[in-house]
Design a binder for this molecule. Structure first.
Ligand SMILES: *Cc1c(COP(=O)(O)O)cnc(C)c1O
Length: 246
């Protein structure tokens, strides 16, 4: 008979945590942060969708997070995203495009994503509308707003937002869901919140004009609490969810 081995001896032999355990633990930690921020603002935690920003992460890392229960993934580069989609075709992932949208990439985005968060000009919206395959539901879009009005940054200027939103509403293959922002880096919580508050105000203005919007896509690993305090319904989180920085 083999000598009895105590359970604790086994722990020395086996690696204490597998990559899948790490993915589950990271996901749980982010979910706890989201829930705590929601409850602090008297909001139901379930009213906030977590999109895992998976740029530069390999398919195995995405698969591990999926195995832990994550369903929404956001990609920033079209070619990279299409390769990963193919490698993960057996999974029921909801794909978001969260990067800048170039004209020559619009067709692939229209064909392979459920959401596009970075729409900031009518020309791109018209292309996505024309290129969205008839067999698919309407493409969900968010208008990216340059709340900091930074010269080099993507996003529509706040003053031009109402006209762009009205124009997008006329495009039948798109479904305008809301607004997105990637604010200037800010370390102080109050400064983070100021930009999110501006986006939330623009969102409320559009809704008060009768637009049927339900999505405020703002907040990342470092500032999701500030974004949720200001009303975020979607947070896009990369670094905090993955072992390796994207
Ligand atoms: C990478 C990225 C994120 C995630 O940023 P982290 O700081 O890693 O959480 C969110 N939104 C966009 C548009 C991104 O490109």
């Amino acid at each position: 008979m083999a000598p009895a081995v105590s359970p604790s001896a086994g722990a020395w032999i086996m690696s204490p945590s597998t990559p899948d355990d790490n993915a589950a633990a990271r996901l749980e930690a982010v979910r706890v942060r989201i829930a705590a921020a929601a409850l602090a603002s008297d909001r139901p935690p379930g009213s906030i969708t977590l999109v895992a920003a998976s740029k530069a992460q390999d398919p195995a890392a995405i698969r591990a997070l999926y195995g832990a229960g994550q369903r929404h993934f956001g990609e920033s580069y079209v070619q990279e995203a299409l390769r990963k989609r193919e490698a993960l075709a057996d999974l029921d992932i909801i794909w978001h495009f969260i990067g800048a949208i170039q004209s020559n990439k619009s067709r692939d985005i229209a064909a392979h994503f459920a959401w596009a968060h970075g729409v900031d000009r009518i020309k791109i919206a018209e292309r996505l509308n024309a290129q969205r395959p008839i067999a698919l539901p309407r493409l969900n879009v968010c208008i990216q707003v340059n709340v900091g009005a930074e010269p080099q940054k993507a996003g529509v200027e706040p003053a031009a937002l109402p006209a762009l939103a009205a124009a997008l509403q006329g495009l039948p293959r798109l479904r305008l869901r809301g607004l997105m922002t990637l604010p200037p880096p800010a370390h102080a919580a109050e400064e983070q919140r100021r930009h999110f508050r501006e986006l939330a105000a623009a969102f409320r203005d559009l809704r008060s004009q009768g637009l049927d919007l339900d999505t405020l896509s703002m907040g990342m690993s470092d500032d999701l609490e500030a974004a949720i305090a200001e009303g975020a319904t979607v947070v896009r989180v990369g670094t905090a969810l993955f072992d390796r920085r994207g």
